[in-house]
Design a protein around this ligand. Sequence first.
Ligand code: SAH
Ligand code: SF4
Ligand code: F3S
Length: 449
Amino acid sequence: MERVHNNKKYFIETYGCQMNEEDSEKLASFLKGMGYIKAEDINSADVILFNTCCVREHAELKVYGNVGRLKKLKEKRPEIIIAICGCMMQQEGIPQAIKKKFPFVDIIFGTHNIHRFPELLQNALQSNSTIIEVWDKEEEIIEGIESERESDIKAFVTIMYGCNNFCSYCIVPYTRGRERSRKPEAIIEEIKQLASKGYKEITLLGQNVNSYGKDIEGMSFAKLLRMVNEIEGIERIRFMTSHPKDLTDDVIEAIRDCEKLCEHIHLPVQSGSTKILKKMNRNYTKEKYLELVDKIKSNIKDVSITTDIIVGFPGETEEDFNETLDLVSKVEYDSAFTFIYSKRKGTPAAEYDDQIPDDVKHDRFNRLVELVNNICERKNMEYKDKIVEVLVEGPSKTDKSKITGRTRNGKLVHFTAIDESDLKGKLVNVKITQPQNFILLGEYINTIR
Ligand code: SAH
Ligand code: SF4
Ligand code: F3S
């Protein structure tokens, strides 16, 4: 690509999940290819890009607020380019509404055409009106787009795009299209490249990684995991997200057998009530979920299980909510992302007439968070005086005197060492001296490799 914008700067603000983060890394790579460098802050940027999420209303409101604030900046420096992309733009009527509300926005595009960004940017540099280009359907996967990654130790690698599950509360199938698996060769090649650049940890990404390969003859997610496990140089492999209805025995066996596959499964349950699960279109019961958890725990030593839970789904009674609390107590999650149900226009659940009042939702949410935190704290306390293997990521952002990394099962560790300079990217043993709610504090013991 022609380098025409030397010394100009870009700033990308990313909302939402790892899918968006990965897209932002690709968009950053395009900008870098065009000669842009990363800006320290939004005010010094020449190109400002908002990569949006619409999974909950809160995420959308944040975007509106932050884009609105750019009006003054654009008045002061009319030459800057403001672009908005991501899931929010895939919703009917939103691009037009943004254009109307924020006429100073230069480019609007969607999740299916991020590869078009360089051309749209060139066009915008020569035009004064808002360019809107949103594709309403996914096309074939485009390979070969580089990523400008945030970390040089850990990398996300998308293995499949889209979702076919249509959980009745969820907007994602509408913003990301149907499931498409990347070819295994393309995935393996990308990971080999990452290994040769010194990356140590790979997280395989998809809305439902367990359905990877259903559209490729002879492939399955478990097979892919075993293939990735063979790649030299990579130390750890993680993946997310697993849908409980599709997590098969061969995947559990692969985690048990493959030394690089980390002992952590993110297994969103959403609710503990079989009645609500049915209304959510999740396709499993409370009992089936608990059976699956038992199977995971009995096959994988020291496994951590994390989850997503929604409270206040339409029709959720106090009894249903108690089923959720009961399930949480039984599974003893290592951590859980808890959400208050948010009505998403265009999804079936938004039309249900048994919506739950806000105060009830908030009350249940607080009770759930308290239980989740208590369990999480109790589980962390079990780490006192234990020695854990940590992949070192570098100095902690919150406390510069400490080094940070994670255990194989995903626990965040902050530790002290005499000379931290050459530990980045290394696997080290750390003795946990002070477990806390969300962090394990410890001391460096020795370097494994
Ligand atoms: N594909 C993943 C994650 C999807 S979005 C999965 O299937 O689990 C991440 C989480 O956001 C979901 O797991 C769910 O807990 C939450 N979420 C999705 N839609 C929501 C809504 N309308 N209101 C509240 N939470 C929602
Ligand atoms: Fe949404 Fe369900 Fe698909 Fe996850 S599996 S992205 S919650 S529709
Ligand atoms: Fe949000 Fe889109 Fe991810 S709606 S959660 S950014 S797939």
